[in-house]
Structure formats: C-alpha cells, structure tokens
Ligand binder design. Sequence first.
Ligand SMILES: O=c1[nH]cnc2c1ncn2[C@H]1C[C@H](O)[C@@H](CO)O1
Ligand SMILES: [Zn+2]
Length: 357
Amino acid sequence: MISPEQLNAAPKVLLHDHLDGGLRPATVLELAGEIGHRLPRTDAGELGEWFVESADSGSLERYLETFDHTVAVMQTAEAITRVASECVQDLAADGVVYAEVRYAPEQHLTGGLTLEQVVDAVRAGFEHGMAQAERPIVARQLLTAMRHKARSMEIAELAVAYRDAGVVGFDIAGAEAGYPPTRHLDAFEYLQRENAHFTIHAGEAFGLPSIWQAIQWCGADRLGHGVRIIDDIGYDPATPDGPFELGRLAAYVRDRRIPLEMCPSSNLQTGAAESIAQHPIGLLAKLRFRVTVNTDNRLMSGTSMSRELALLAEAFDYDLTDFRWFAINAMKSAFLPFDERLAIIDDVIKPWYRQNI
Ligand SMILES: O=c1[nH]cnc2c1ncn2[C@H]1C[C@H](O)[C@@H](CO)O1
Ligand SMILES: [Zn+2]
C-alpha cells in the first residue's frame, strides 16, 4: 500500500487539465461576489459539492453545463491571472512537476478582453504560480477551440503566435456527438504546416469513428480520453488474461505510441465508464498502450492527480513502479521540447523513483 504522503511526494505529470474546470470553490465564490454573478450555493464547501453532484449527470452535455459558472467569473485579466496562478500552485502542492493546462480563449471575451489579452493573463498567472509554488513545477498552456463553434482557425493561429510564450499546443473540446473533429480540418492542416502540436478530445462520449477521424483525418498527436478505443479490442471478460484481438485502429494507436490522456473520475461522471475497476485504463495499460493518467476537471470531479492515482491503485493494485511508468509515459508525450522533457525525466522523475522504489 502506498501512503498518502508518498503519493503526494511522487513526481506526477499532468497533460489533460482544464483551467476553467479546476478553480478553488472559495475563489469562484469571491470572484462571483465581485461581479454579482449568482451561484447555486453561498458556502465554499457546499459549492464544491454542488459542482461534483451536478457534473455527476451521466452525460457529457449536462456535465459541461456546470462550466457556465466558472467561465462567468473568468472574464477579466485579474480574475484569469488569479485562477491561473492558483491552479499552478495547487498542482505543485499535489506533487505535479509538469502540467499542460487547457482552456478556450474564445470563452473569456464577454468582459471585453481580446484573445491575446486572455492568453497573456493566463501566462502571467502561470509565471506567478510557478514562482510562488511550494515545489518546483513547469506549467504550459494548451489553447482549446470549442468544437461546436467556428473559431478553431483563429485559435490555432493564436497557439502558433504564442508558441514561444508559454503555449505548447492546441486542443478541441466540447460536446462530441454531432460535432466531428473534421469540421475543423483547416485548423489542423494549418497546425501541421506550422509544425505545431495538437490533441483532440475524442472517444469520450462518442466511439471509434471519432477517434479514427481525430487520428487519420486530423492528424492528432494525442487523444483526449480515447477510452472508446476499447471497442476495437476483442476479448472475453470471462478470461481476463486474454487472448486479445486488436482491430486495425487499436493496433495503429498502440503501434504508433499515440498517447491516451485518460481521466478516470471524469469518465465515470459523463458515463464513459461504469466504475474505476471497469475503466478501460486497466486493460489498455496491461496491453502497453501509451496510457497517461489525468484529472480533466478537478473542481467538477472533486479530484487531484494523487486521488486519481489512489483510485487506480485500489482498483488495479498499482504500485510505485506503475506510477513511474505513467509519469514517464506522460512526460514522453508532452508537447514541451524534447530536451526539456528529457531533463524532467532524468533529473526529477527517475531520481525520485530510484530512491523510493
Ligand atoms: O471532458 C471534456 N470533454 C469535452 N469538453 C470538455 C471536457 N472538459 C471540459 N470541457 C470543455 C468545457 C470547458 O469550458 C472547455 C475549455 O476548457 O472544455
Ligand atoms: Zn477534457
């Protein structure tokens, strides 16, 4: 059994975390008070519970409704910078050593900010957070475009413009069913021509066609969730040790080492998985897919990296050797330049696990 202290101390790498899904409940309350935004609860503890319960809807669409409140309080540079700084400090306190945090700049314009001002505000917050954090952490931005809207090309251009200013990639998020990633093909083709990196939320609320499009039409470097890749693996649950038959798409994802940004607790809430023990991550990790563990939305799931790992340890008997594998998998899959990735693996992750395993 891994102690909570050890879990907290273990260097963790987080590739899939939404800035607008990770606010402290007390901060939501304070920021809402400043702008007169009405919230469903007035006590921080109760508000935190409200987010988790409301997001526990079994549908991605209803889960996403809870973001109305967090996005509403993130419409000024000061508010965004504060949220970004607290995010980095909270992740560092949880033992995260490298984080890619995403958000959709287009959702933060109602207070009059420009897209550039939003990115600058997050950048200022990340820098402040990294400087203030109780433990060393490197945090970078991913810019998300909303899949049901039509601003993906603009956001892709923004990601490229800020590539040397804290932004390491691009993402598409929002309701999946009815909004295939191919709607944004021009943005993905532009990013490829610019040698830029991107991930796509795919295979969460919708199955294999969404994953196939994300990879084979759009050229995604990584998959956000990707849990439904399990539908392309034939096996008999009565014989848990196999045989396993990988379809063409699953084989391609594994052969090409395409990283899966898995978010176990979030998947339970949106109905993408029934329980942690039944979550596809167990089988996918066993079959040596490039699996990573992530939080998705810490506020809506009432979670942290340590908690996600603890849940997995309980369900699948994982130990520190497995956690090292997840951390190195994630670091290898990061959009940070190769030499910086290697430095975190060699100077931070490996030494800690060498000492503690
Ligand atoms: O898990 C998710 N799937 C699809 N969209 C999501 C998920 N988590 C958050 N989002 C949306 C809601 C946020 O407002 C947006 C940008 O972070 O991304
Ligand atoms: Zn997500």
